[in-house]
Ligand binder design. Structure first.
Ligand code: DGT
Ligand code: CA
Ligand code: CA
Ligand code: ZN
Length: 574
């Protein structure tokens, strides 16, 4: 499976295009294609062999050609050329916040470094300040950023690990030797990042399964194999644990290997209190040693006097007491979501037309969709200004007739300026159906200031939702330091909603902040932040966070049916 390698190639091209100060839309197109390939269930090389690369969302003929060359030769002449005589590894330097093309080239020219560790070493030895124009202050900042990069966890974002795990499970299920196969561990609990991939298999034909795994195209190396467990590395160096159990202990094993460890410990203590012994093999009566259950997971919970607990809640955060009291929440599901509140089209940095996004939304079973392109403030030349707003309204009016009763909401994703002001005029804002606001810049200011800034956006009359309030990018940028309680207070006072953004690198609000929001009576809103038709699938990740946050349909704005939503939007405008 070369998907990860191809995704990295496209990311490198995107980085290299920065060297050329290329148009932001070209850069975004490569990044978007990389993201889509990570989400792809099939093998990209297979698509290529069948001449179907351009059927992958976000891949046009030009990107397809570059992928083809890479799959054929293992290299990319285009990437080499973009790098201008610099080695591809040099692009690593561009990952350091604050290091743009000019500084990256300076650093490379001076030291021939490509490894971040080596650069950190140079900074420690105060060598960087020798370069003209890079004084001690820059050196210090570089050290700080490098240290932060070094602390990055190697955990995989759920949005990458989950589709991969589903793919492996479905390959296993295809084998006659396998009864059932399901992802377990943190993937099944939908934790935002994943340490390793766990897959549970029901079978009594171990040797066949081992052979099957050894033969999978995505297997790079089998690290260990005992009679109940096979650990292997994928081509992208992700670790996968396969556990093989007999069908009759499937439920107990699934419960055990789903975790979390803390949840399991608490559950076993409860079992002991009730005169049972619980293990991955089943649930046993202590006195008689007799096995009383374990075929299904529900059976395990029910024997302990509990309502079955959804995997997303199994974090020892009160779920066992709630299950004992019969007061578990009725968690939101994807089917409860009636529309998407955060998508981009080719009016700003998305790569599809509004009509294409609408058709995708209809295919997702939605009743409505808010088109929320960036406003001009982001410094994206093609953002929404007055002229484009008028054009968007006109187009949406026309499409609404065509797609009725489906409803397209004209929207915009506003920039919240450092002063807390919005970047479009009041008269213009009055013309939109749906308005969300985001902080995208100046995110390193102090907690006081950034909380105020977000709060003042919520207080703006026209704003309905504050987007991705935490501001983090998984493995890239920590969340802002901000005062959550204060923000929740403002959201509650104003009746506005906070977004749970499902984009796989954001996953923001995170689960514990969203749960706090619910407890404070703050409304949440779910958005995919799609930049292409395939991007709407990220709603699954937003729902995953919502479930981990114990949210019920009533806690989420976009579970409202269309008519009620329109009333809510009108009321907020008054
Ligand atoms: P991860 O991989 O760090 O994202 O998190 P998990 O939860 O997938 O952890 P992992 O892969 O170490 O183990 C998978 C599940 O197996 C875990 O959630 C619970 C169960 N498990 C593993 N080791 C132990 C253990 O020592 N005690 C108990 N009670 N359960 C364990
Ligand atoms: Ca795991
Ligand atoms: Ca594991
Ligand atoms: Zn957005």
């Amino acid at each position: 499976m070369q998907n990860e390698a191809v995704a990295r190639l496209l990311e490198n091209i995107a980085a290299a295009l920065q060297l050329k100060a290329e148009n932001i839309f070209r850069i975004r197109a490569y990044e978007e294609a990389a993201r889509n390939i990570r989400f792809l269930k099939e093998d990209i090389a297979e698509n290529w062999r069948q001449g179907r690369l351009t059927e992958v969302p976000g891949i046009g003929t030009s990107i397809a050609q570059k992928i083809g060359e890479f799959l054929q030769t293992g290299k990319s002449a285009y990437l080499q050329e973009l790098c201008d005589g610099y080695p591809v590894a040099f692009l690593e330097l561009l990952k350091i916040p604050g290091i743009g093309p000019r500084r990256a080239k300076l650093l490379y020219d001076h030291f021939h470094v490509t490894k971040l560790d080596d650069l950190a070493d140079l900074a420690r030895r105060q060598q960087i300040r020798q370069i003209r124009g890079m004084g001690p202050k820059t050196e210090e900042q570089l050290s700080r950023e490098l240290a932060r990069l070094g602390q990055r966890t190697q955990r995989l974002p759920l949005g990458i690990a989950w589709p991969l795990a589903e793919r492996i499970a479905s390959l296993l299920r295809n084998s006659p030797a396998v009864g059932q196969a399901e992802p377990a561990g943190s993937i099944r609990r939908r934790l935002e990042t994943i340490g390793d991939i766990d897959i549970l298999v029901a079978s009594d034909r171990f040797a066949e399964i081992r052979k099957l795994i050894a033969d999978l195209p995505l297997t790079k190396e089998i690290l260990a194999s005992g009679s109940t467990k096979i650990t292997f590395l994928t081509a992208e160096d992700f670790q996968v644990d396969i556990r093989i159990v007999p069908q009759e202990s499937w439920g107990a094993a699934l419960q055990y290997f789903t975790g979390s460890k803390e949840h399991n410990v608490a559950l076993r203590e409860l079992a002991v209190q009730k005169g049972y012994k619980l293990s991955e093999y089943g649930i046993f009566e202590v006195e008689s040693g007799r096995k009383v259950g374990g075929r299904t997971e529900a059976e395990v919970y029910e024997l302990l006097g509990l309502t079955p607990i959804p995997p997303e809640l199994r974090e020892k955060r009160g779920e066992i007491a709630a299950a004992a009291a019969g007061s578990l929440p009725r968690l939101i599901t994807l089917a409860d979501v009636k529309g998407d509140f955060h998508v981009h089209s080719n009016y700003s940095d998305g790569n599809s037309s509004i009509a294409a996004m609408v058709e995708s939304a209809i295919a997702h079973g939605y009743q409505y969709l808010a088109i929320t392109d960036h406003s001009i403030g982001l410094g994206i030349a093609r953002g929404i200004n007055q002229e484009k707003a008028w054009r968007q309204w006109e187009e949406i009016r026309r499409l609404n007739k065509q797609y009725a009763p489906f409803r397209i909401l004209s929207g915009v994703e506003l920039e919240v300026r450092a002063t807390g002001e919005l970047d479009l005029s009041e008269e213009l804002l009055a013309g939109f159906d749906f308005i969300c606001a985001s902080v995208h810049s100046g995110t390193r200011s102090d907690a006081e200031r950034i909380t105020k800034r977000m709060g003042s956006a919520l207080r703006q009359h026209w704003v309905h939702v504050l987007n991705h309030p935490g501001g983090r990018l998984l493995n890239q940028r920590p969340p802002y330091e901000y005062h959550l309680d204060q923000l929740l207070q403002t959201a509650k006072e104003t009746g506005k909603a906070l977004e749970i953004n499902g984009s796989y690198l954001r996953m923001d609000l995170d689960d514990s902040s969203a749960r706090k929001a619910k407890e404070q009576g703050v409304l949440l809103s779910l958005g995919s932040d799609a930049h292409s038709v395939a991007g709407l699938d990220a709603m699954q990740l937003a729902v995953a966070i919502a479930r981990r946050a114990w949210l019920e349909p009533a806690d989420v704005l976009n579970t409202l049916p269309l008519a009620e939503l329109l009333q809510w939007l009108e009321r907020e405008k008054l």
